[in-house]
Write a new protein. Structure first.
Length: 191
């Protein structure tokens, strides 16, 4: 296995903006790093579970990918439009309104996030399975990929924490930009 290519692929797929990272940034901006970490732990757990499922069902998924992909595109797009609406309408003065910073919402987001689904369905069969079949090697690979994903999520939490004052000062503008980014991501699923 080409470790460099594998590492670059994992870094690009996890650190670049996507629905999960945008929600993390928005949530840390409005509710702080501590609350956002609950979402991050859920996102990491969901991410790891998707990698495990991909490893276990690799051959079956290849047969059904076209059918699964269209359903996930529809569900994922609808969910991203919903998240965009929630971010746009986010009112910092009413902290009870936000339910996006929960462990469960972070966990579920991974199963509705086309970027994560496509990554999980490609990284295991492309970089791991052709070279390693032993359960121990596959497990270690999944742990390594999960740690890279967790690093990406916490980097977005850190970024949001560092720039929190700026983000809060321009709250409405930032929320509109993040909502538009999610809408763009939802639309790009279909192109």
């Amino acid at each position: 296995m080409d470790i460099t290519s594998f590492f670059i692929y994992c870094m690009i797929a996890t650190f670049t903006p996507g629905p999960t990272n945008i929600v993390i940034l928005s949530t840390v901006q409005n509710y702080g790093a501590k609350k956002t970490m609950k979402y991050t732990y859920g996102a990491t757990t969901g991410f790891a579970l998707l990698l495990v499922i991909s490893a276990m069902l690799n051959t079956i998924l290849i047969t059904f990918i076209p059918k699964i992909l269209i359903v996930m595109q529809i569900i994922g797009s609808i969910y991203m439009f919903y998240l965009a609406y929630r971010i746009y309408k986010m009112d910092k003065s009413n902290p009870n309104v936000n339910q996006t910073a929960t462990f469960m919402s972070g966990f579920l987001m991974q199963f509705l996030n086309p970027k994560v689904l496509l990554f999980a369905m490609t990284v295991i069969p492309s970089f791991i399975m052709p070279y390693y079949n032993a359960i121990c090697a596959v497990t270690l690979s999944i742990i390594a990929i999960t740690l890279i994903g967790f690093s990406a999520f916490t980097t977005w939490v850190l970024f949001g924490s560092i720039f929190k004052e700026f983000l809060q000062k321009h709250n409405k503008t930032v929320n509109v930009i993040m909502a538009l980014a999610l809408i763009y991501a939802a639309i790009m699923i279909w192109t």
